[in-house]
Design a protein around this ligand. Structure first.
Ligand SMILES: [Fe+2]
Ligand SMILES: [Fe+2]
Length: 292
């Protein structure tokens, strides 16, 4: 790990902290014409059914799905904070890794509070995680070794960062969401730099089997995130008939949209340490629909 680089990240975090309470215009409610999520990131975009929705239904779909995205981040970050808290207990007091992780914990707790407030401003009612998500999330958090958890976290951070960037760069995005993603992108950029530099050491030491396992952990994390956004309940809420059928179409459609728009960064990362091989490539193609 590049110690000087991590010291620089700690310094920025200390000297230029961003406070969500003042950085985000919480007083602003959404105005008519504000959008909540770019259309191409909604689960129904590209399907025939999307064109049959009224503008109000399209906007409601985007609002509910944005709430789902934010709630999923908050949940994932909370789980990661649990892990980091346990992990820093194993590190010496003066280690640069421990000091950085403390800054990351502080920032991640602020993010979770910010996400909760944003959901309230959106009038959101997040659909809870499925039992399988809950089980996999808590089980892997508790029992996987640290290197696997860092691999998982950087993959989720890279994917969610792309999502936030698409949202904050969209024209007419609800200004509160824009500022929320601005803040998140700035702070997550530091987490990503740190984790990548930490993982370089793990990946350099890893042989074929370990690289294969790392690749599968990342793939699993991405699949985990992707399946948290698309929810049958949302189609019921916006008044669609036959939500079961819509859900099936949407899941397939979103897999493709997600692969086209969100996975370039993570594919590049996995490629950089040789995570694509005979044992993994087929799964990435089949499960995540990426061309590797
Ligand atoms: Fe965060
Ligand atoms: Fe983070």
């Amino acid at each position: 790990m590049d110690v000087n680089e991590v010291e620089r990240l700690i310094k920025i975090s200390r000297e230029r902290p961003l406070n969500p309470d003042t950085f985000i215009p919480w007083q602003l409610g959404p105005e008519s014409g504000d959008i909540f999520l770019p259309d191409f990131l909604t689960s129904l975009y590209g399907l025939e059914i999307y064109n049959t929705l009224s503008p109000f239904q399209q906007s409601e779909l985007a609002r509910h799905e944005m709430v789902q995205v934010i709630a999923s981040y908050a949940w994932g970050e909370c789980l990661f904070c649990l892990f980091m808290t346990r992990h820093i207990l194993t590190l010496p007091f003066d280690s640069v890794e421990r000091r950085f992780l403390l800054r990351e914990l502080i920032e991640e707790f602020k993010h979770q509070e910010m996400f909760g407030q944003a959901i309230a401003k959106l009038g959101g009612q997040p659909v809870p995680q499925s039992r399988l998500h809950k089980f996999l999330g808590t089980f892997s958090n508790k029992y996987l070794p640290a290197d696997y958890l860092f691999m998982g976290s950087v993959s989720v951070e890279l994917v969610t960062d792309v999502y936030g960037t698409h949202a904050r760069k969209s024209e007419h995005i609800y200004p509160l969401l824009k500022k929320m993603f601005d803040l998140h992108t700035i702070e997550e950029a530091r987490h990503i730099i740190f984790t990548k530099s930490l993982l370089k050491i793990y990946a350099a030491r890893a042989g074929y089997i370990k690289r294969t396992l790392y690749s599968y952990v990342i793939l699993g994390n991405i699949l985990f995130v992707r399946t948290m956004y698309v929810k049958k309940e949302i189609y019921q809420r916006i008044g669609l008939e036959n939500p079961d059928k819509v859900f099936k179409l949407a899941a397939k459609n979103f897999k493709q949209n997600f692969s086209e728009n969100c996975l370039a960064g993570i594919v590049e990362f996995v490629n950089s340490w040789g995570g694509f091989n005979r044992a993994t490539r087929w799964a990435w193609r089949w499960i995540l629909d990426v061309k590797v």
